[in-house]
Design a protein around this ligand. Structure first.
Ligand code: PEP
Length: 248
């Protein structure tokens, strides 16, 4: 056990230079619980700027990357480039990448493998749609998405955080209840105990994501298998500080 709580912010395609500087100022003031790892997912164009102004207790993450180091892939960025500007994290497989940009499990796995090969740490997102939940397929979907990651990750699970983000809860204001989230996290851990290398089920951190706010973070954080959050909308607001501090 002993999983360190980890809170990610996913700014998505939001912010301008002034706004991102303001958010960093707010986070600097915090105070942020020193026992919590904080990773903010920044639009690619602001990565280096934010990396340069962020305090040392905040990790800066890309929100996506491609699956090879360089080449003719117009518009893409590589893990090597992310590393080159001093960032160590990337978010992969976000539901917006899966739905809007049609990324399949196989591509997500290839990206995860290459990001890990390149020395990045990865927040790998999984989660079911409303239709899938209503059809009773939540576990099937979450296990399938995670299964694709098993060979990609190999024995590098210490560098991976799973983010369980039910698609119906993302940006909708509909949070999974603590029980709904805990149930999926617990069954994912159980699945990992027979499908991932020994010890991973207990050691891997599983974040919950989907309309997390300062108002619901404490109750979610109290669930035994929730090891942090991936936060979209609220990560652009001062309440992100309270979400980081939800275990206090
Ligand atoms: C997300 O983008 O990963 C997310 C969970 O968004 P929100 O918190 O806005 O639902």
């Amino acid at each position: 056990m002993g999983r360190k709580f980890i809170v990610g912010g996913n700014w998505k395609m939001n912010g301008d230079k002034k706004q991102v500087a303001d958010i960093i100022e707010t986070l600097k003031k915090g105070p942020l619980d020193p026992n919590v790892e904080v990773v903010i997912g920044v639009p690619a164009i602001y990565l280096e700027y934010v990396k340069n102004i962020a305090p040392a207790n905040i990790e800066v993450s890309a929100q996506n990357c491609w699956k090879v180091a360089k080449g003719a892939f117009t518009g893409e960025i590589s893990p090597a480039m992310i590393k080159d500007i001093g960032c160590n994290w990337v978010i992969l497989g976000h539901s917006e990448r899966r739905t809007i940009f049609k990324e399949q499990d196989e591509l997500v796995a290839e990206k995860v493998a290459h990001a890990l090969d390149s020395g990045l740490k990865v927040i790998a997102c999984i989660g079911e749609t409303l239709e899938e939940r209503e059809a009773g397929k939540t576990e099937e979907v979450v296990f399938r998405q995670t299964k694709a990651l098993i060979p990609a990750v190999g024995d590098r699970w210490a560098n991976v955080v799973l983010a369980y983000e039910p698609v119906w809860a993302i940006g909708t204001g509909k949070t999974a209840s603590p029980q709904q989230a805990q149930d999926v996290h617990a069954s994912l851990r159980k699945w990992l105990s027979s499908n991932a290398p020994a010890g991973v089920a207990d050691s891997v951190r599983i974040q919950y994501g989907g309309s997390v706010t300062a108002a619901n973070a404490k109750e979610l954080a109290a669930c035994p298998d929730i090891d942090g959050f991936l936060v979209g909308g609220a990560s652009l607001k001062p309440e992100f500080v309270d979400i980081v501090n939800a275990t206090q």
